[in-house]
Design a protein around this ligand. Sequence first.
Ligand code: ZN
Length: 241
Amino acid sequence: MRLGIVSDIHGNLEALDAVLADLAKQSCDRVVCLGDFVGYGASPNECIERLRPLISGAVIGNHDAAAIGKLRLTYFNVDAAEAARWTDAQLTPEHRAYLLALPYRIQEEGALLVHASPTEPDGWHYVLSTADAGEEMKAYDDPVCFIGHSHVAGTFERSDTGLRYTRDSQMNLAPDRKYLVNVGSVGQPRDGDPRAAWVVWDRESGRLEHRRVGYDIEAAGRRIVSAGLPQFLADRLQWGE
Ligand code: ZN
């Protein structure tokens, strides 16, 4: 069973199409999405339309919740709030209803899937350190939990000797260890690598691969600026920050 996991697409159709082309070559049995379909990018409806028929499950992200009025914009920075209001005005009724019906957490193939953090899936906490991860890993008994939200791809691994963090792209998940895997972001990476990120996990062999895919960043940026969204949201795609 090979599971493809995408997250934080953020309305970036150019990045999503590049990931879907790569995904098609990876013979995944199923694909899931960890939320933030929309927000920041200029193609919210197109991204939902593209992804929805391909995925077997998805959870809601904070930007999805903000765009449909389920989360107040108080904690968003100026650009994120502006993008959320713009997305709110763009979403079709059908796509709004789709986002509204998404759960905060799902199980798939013995793994837990949430957008931000397993301790409080609707609290939108960031898991940025091994200290954070240690607390989060107490909140589930599953061997693996997949998250997004920080847009930084990497893996926390708990073994008898302690907890470590690695950004290795290829790993073998051991059955006697516990994992918290951040799959990174398709549409707005913030780990210094501007290429779109996604993950393939082979449940039986334990093989985990963080994949990166180049895409037409300038085209995505031009679409953001043409839509009247903040220039910064186009610029940051170039830096991957
Ligand atoms: Zn996000």
